[in-house]
Ligand binder design. Structure first.
Ligand code: NAP
Ligand code: GDD
Length: 329
């Protein structure tokens, strides 16, 4: 019998990579898509036509219950969230509801659905290195004290501890992946890596003059999204639910990302193409993230496959290919 998986946030970067990974492993995959006439629905239908789309919203508990009844999943991957940190200050209440309370809605729906056998449905929660915020230890690991610096980070802490609480209270097979930043050509253009790769591609093709950014000194531990969804799957194949940091163990500044991206199109001196604007600075910044993923490497046998340079190169190349027809027109 093929295993069955339900993915919330299936239209996002990770949902798209995870759906392909699970389909390739022979799973029957169900994806939750929110909203009326959501344009992303067509995108996931093209990307992975094998996915059965269910409509629902993390804010609507009955839609989650219905999705469970239809999908009858062995595994639930809760990837849905308002995930853009910058947006979360302007929309703190909504972010708390979706990114925080939404996790509780999903956990509670699973608890009621599988009350006869609490371990029947395995649950993955998309926790985040943003929870480390003002970091209390370098590198950050599973035991590092959480000190979130944004409404998004606070909401993720709530979801993280709710996941642990449901595991401890009800014996659910619930795992929390504390994933550090992961990127790809499918990354949303609001995030700094994709904003840069798109702009660099367009500048190299003569379609754009400058890119406007905020803090260039922030440091992130950037990995490849395709590697990180594999870690999610591995967590749910363990005998027990647990928490795992997933990271590369390398950190780079936004400035270094710019170096690598511009170098890919043959530009070594990029100063004249980059403008800084306080509008892109955050009320409270996370200055440095670097993760220690020893536990995941030892227990899950997980390891990242793509270097920083390869990742930046792949993103820039994909955006050059995307923008080329516009330059030719
Ligand atoms: P993403 O591209 O922003 O995708 C977010 C997904 O959530 C989208 O499918 C979105 O649907 C959906 N969504 C938003 N509000 C919803 C609601 N009320 N009900 C149902 N679905 C809703 O994010 P991602 O990069 O794939 O990340 C996946 C998860 O991992 C997120 O929870 C994120 O916070 C977390 N995470 C990401 C990273 C990273 O570096 N990428 C690191 C750590 C943790 P629409 O398409 O309709 O908007
Ligand atoms: N987005 C953005 N836009 N960020 C900028 C810009 C800009 O113009 N200029 C500088 N930055 C800096 C931000 O201040 C931040 O320090 C860093 O670039 C990364 O920003 P994002 O790419 O928006 O990612 P993030 O680290 O805030 O959040 C991502 O990673 C988290 C895991 O640590 C998101 O994917 C979250 O959902 C995820 O949980």
């Amino acid at each position: 019998m093929a295993k069955r998986a339900l993915i919330t946030g299936v239209t996002g970067q990770d949902g798209m990579y995870l759906s392909r990974l699970l389909i390739d492993k022979g799973y029957e995959v169900f994806g939750l898509v929110r909203g009326q006439n959501n344009p992303k629905r067509a995108v996931i239908e093209r990307w992975a036509p094998e996915v059965t789309i269910l409509t629902g919203d993390l804010l609507d508990p009955s839609s989650l219950h219905r999705a469970l009844l239809t999908a009858q999943p062995d595994e639930v991957y809760n990837l849905a969230a308002i995930s853009f940190v910058g947006y979360s200050w302007e929309n703190a209440h909504l972010t708390s509801q979706v990114t925080g309370n939404g996790v509780l809605n999903m956990l509670e729906a699973i608890r009621l659905y599988s009350a006869d056998d609490p371990g029947r449905v395995r649950f993955y929660q998309a926790s985040s290195s943003e929870m480390f915020g003002r970091v209390q230890e370098v590198p950050q690991r599973e035991s590092t004290l959480l000190w979130p610096r944004s409404p998004y980070g606070v909401a993720k802490v709530f979801g993280h501890y709710m996941t642990i609480n449901y595991r401890e209270s009800y014996g659910m097979h619930a795992s929390s992946g504390i994933l550090f930043n992961h990127e790809s050509p499918l990354r949303g253009p609001e995030f700094v890596t994709r904003k840069i790769s798109l702009a660099v591609a367009r500048i190299s093709l003569g379609l754009q003059d400058v890119i406007t950014l905020g803090n260039l000194d922030a440091k992130r531990d950037w990995g490849f999204a395709g590697d990180y969804v594999d870690a999610m799957w591995r967590m749910l194949q363990q005998d027990e639910g647990d928490d795992y940091v997933i990271s590369t163990g390398e950190t780079h500044s936004v400035r270094e990302f710019l170096d690598a991206a511009f170098a890919r199109v043959g530009i070594e001196e990029w100063d004249r193409y980059v403008v800084q604007d306080p509008a892109f600075m955050r009320p409270a910044e996370v200055d440095l993230l670097i993760g220690d993923s020893s536990k995941a490497r030892d227990v899950l046998g997980w390891t990242p496959t793509m270097s920083f340079e390869q990742l930046v190169g792949a993103m820039v190349d994909a955006d050059v290919a995307l923008e080329q027809p516009r330059a030719a027109a």
